[in-house]
Design a protein around this ligand. Structure first.
Ligand code: NAD
Ligand code: TYD
Length: 353
């Protein structure tokens, strides 16, 4: 198989690329990424020399380039992760989210449709797998309800609205043109290589520097956290064994109130740094709430477990411990992405290509 993975230089994408490159030496894995602030080839330095790995810098909104890559590599499967992914940025710049998440996804769909329909076998043996988020379902109350695959879409942020629109386009390409599509909606991921604007890596980095930890509102919002390698395993399972035109929810059955998670994080970082218990608690700083802040997310991933046998493998405490250890053992990665120097490096390296 020749598989195009979009957004492979980002957080989740880099784990998916690594898993596929190592696990499937007979597949060609083509990583298409624009290398925005969130894309970082250092995330893949351990596999970049593998023969079955290819990187191409491109924008998913660029139809001609995307089409040429599909045809040049004779792409049979697409795993689409490229996106603008941070809610706070979407509040500041919603157009960037509509451009990449909606128009970019549509461009990729149309290029894949045109290319695959030009082949004698058309859609046979092809697969377009779109990675989405539980945020499209909106917010749950503080009770025991969960998002299922049948929950009505009700996005609140420009980010989740743009992901919802892209999900609808993917399903429309199945219904209208017969494209073999799959959509998955996953809960919050955490783990190595996450850009330190998201809660967990931001707070680990701030604790490391003794900087304030900005807790939105009262810190009572609830998220369902999944270790990123478990998400990558789910993507592998679903890409190979999922049923066309189905949706699968992916989650950890692992709900945490932000403030409780932050206290676990502080304990873990302090322990790793050799600080006395409670040393960094004073860094907690309550700040103005995020506008439209969704109260609670919680995923029911029973369908994925029952139909395809996937389950999260890590207990949260173990996942947090591994995550904290990774960031503290890789301070140069954190310093590099927070200094912005790496962006300049890529601009120079890929200028005019
Ligand atoms: P990320 O921001 O870390 O990475 C996104 C990647 O996409 C980057 O490498 C970036 O360079 C690339 N990209 C952005 N715009 C592009 C464009 N126009 N063309 C080509 N490449 C472009 O995001 P992530 O957290 O790894 O999320 C990956 C996917 O998973 C997204 O679709 C996101 O909506 C979804 N998702 C994320 C989470 C989460 O908790 N992080 C949870 C559920 C679903
Ligand atoms: P985030 O990592 O941005 O993911 P998402 O918004 O996609 O769930 O945020 C996780 C939770 O943490 C969310 O409820 C917002 C909150 N949060 C803070 O309280 N402070 C922060 O600085 C950040 C980035 C997030």
């Amino acid at each position: 198989m020749n598989i195009l993975i979009t957004g492979g230089a980002g957080f989740i994408g880099s784990h998916v690329v690594r898993l596929f490159v190592k696990k499937y030496p007979t597949y060609n894995i083509i990583n298409l990424d624009k290398l925005t602030y969130a894309g970082n080839l250092a995330n893949l330095s351990d596999i970049e020399d593998n023969n079955n790995y290819h990187f191409t810098r491109a924008d998913i909104c660029d139809y001609d380039t995307v089409y040429n890559i599909l045809s040049q590599y004779n792409i049979t499967g697409i795993i689409h992760l490229a996106a603008e992914s941070h809610v706070d940025r979407s509040i500041r710049d919603p157009f960037a989210f509509a451009r990449t998440n909606v128009m970019g996804t549509l461009t990729l769909l149309q290029a894949a449709r045109t290319y695959w329909e030009s082949l004698p076998e058309r859609y046979d043996g092809k697969r377009f797998y779109h990675i989405s988020t539980d945020e499209v379902y909106g917010a749950l109350p503080f009770d025991d309800t969960l998002f299922t695959e049948n929950t009505r879409y009700n996005p609140h942020s420009p980010y989740s609205a743009s992901k919802a629109a892209s999900d609808h386009f993917v399903r429309a390409y199945h219904d209208t043109y017969g494209m073999p599509t799959i959509v998955t909606n996953c809960s919050n991921n955490y783990g190595p290589y996450q850009f330190p604007e998201k809660l967990i890596p931001l707070f680990i980095n701030n604790i490391r520097h003794g900087k304030p930890l900005p807790v939105y509102g009262k810190g009572e919002n609830v998220r369902d956290w999944l270790f990123v390698e478990d998400h990558a395993r789910a993507i592998d399972t679903i890409f190979h064994n999922g049923t066309i035109n189905e949706t699968y929810n992916i989650g950890g059955f692992n709900e945490w109130r932000n403030i409780d998670l932050i206290k676990v994080l502080i304990d873990t970082v302090d322990r790793h740094l050799g600080n006395p218990a409670g040393h960094s608690l004073h860094l907690i700083t309550y700040v103005t709430d995020r506008p439209g802040h969704d109260l609670r997310y919680a995923i029911d991933s029973t369908k994925l477990r029952d139909e395809l046998g996937w389950q999260p493998s890590l207990q949260f405490e173990e996942g947090i411990d591994r995550t904290v250890a990774w960031y503290l053992n890789n301070p140069q990665w954190l310093d590099n992405v927070t200094s912005g120097e790496y962006l300049h490096y890529y601009e120079t390296m890929y200028n005019n290509r």
